[in-house]
Ligand binder design. Structure first.
Ligand SMILES: N[C@@H](CCC(=O)N[C@@H](CS)C(=O)NCC(=O)O)C(=O)O
Length: 203
């Protein structure tokens, strides 16, 4: 097993997927968390100007989705069939795009009232609700999103929507299947254990 170090801010953000995957597979790693005030200095010392970075035996792997796909393969959460694996990637890309649009609102310098308005009047109806509608229909009475086995897309969906559900549970009334799935993944013993022991951060 290689030696892993995951470098990111003290936040869930774009690194949390890899943390979930390593938790799921029982993979040991160093979870290096940078405080905001230390970032300008730390940035100068890194081989890439953005985080997360996954150091694998001392060599950097950038890009959160690439490292998630790699970690998923290491822990057996990439479907064996090539096309099924591509469907899994497509779901992960959809969630990543959605979260990117949400982070843009959260991180902007607008005041809190304007951010709430953007979330309610723009992001939710135009971005998030259409994704939730499609996922609700797609999961239907299946146990997992891809084929009949758990894949990393199940974890990604639960990670993204669980954080939204904690803040806005009312949104999920229209999506009972997705809502139950989000909870089911979070109840997997290794995921549940990680969630209970991880540092508490806002996002
Ligand atoms: N596409 C990249 C985006 C990485 C990215 O934008 N990282 C942000 C944090 S989420 C960052 O490093 N910001 C600090 C900076 O740009 O100085 C990924 O998915 O890993």
């Amino acid at each position: 097993m290689p030696e892993y170090k995951l470098i990111y801010f003290n936040a869930m953000g774009r690194a949390e997927m890899v943390r979930w995957l390593f938790a799921y597979g029982g993979v040991a790693y160093t979870d290096e968390r940078i405080e905001r005030e230390d970032w300008p200095e730390k940035k100068k010392s890194l081989p890439f100007p953005k985080v997360p970075l996954l150091m694998v035996d001392g060599k950097p792997l950038p890009q959160s989705l690439a490292m998630a796909r790699y970690a998923a393969k290491e822990v057996g959460l990439v479907p064996e069939d090539n096309l099924q694996a591509a469907y899994c990637d497509a779901l992960a890309d959809t969630i990543s795009e959605m979260m990117g649009a949400m982070y843009q609102i959260m991180m902007s310098d607008k005041d809190e009232e304007e951010k709430r308005r953007q979330f309610k009047e723009e992001f939710y109806p135009n971005v998030m609700e259409p994704v939730m509608t499609r996922l609700e229909k797609r999961l239907s009475d299946k146990e997992w999103f891809i084929g009949d086995k758990i894949s990393w897309s199940d974890l990604m969906i639960s990670l993204a929507f669980g954080n939204v559900k904690a803040k806005k549970p009312e949104i999920f009334q229209k999506f009972p299947t997705l809502s139950a799935h989000v909870d089911k993944v979070r109840e997997l013993p290794k995921i549940k254990e990680w969630i209970s022991k991880r540092p508490v951060t806002a996002f």
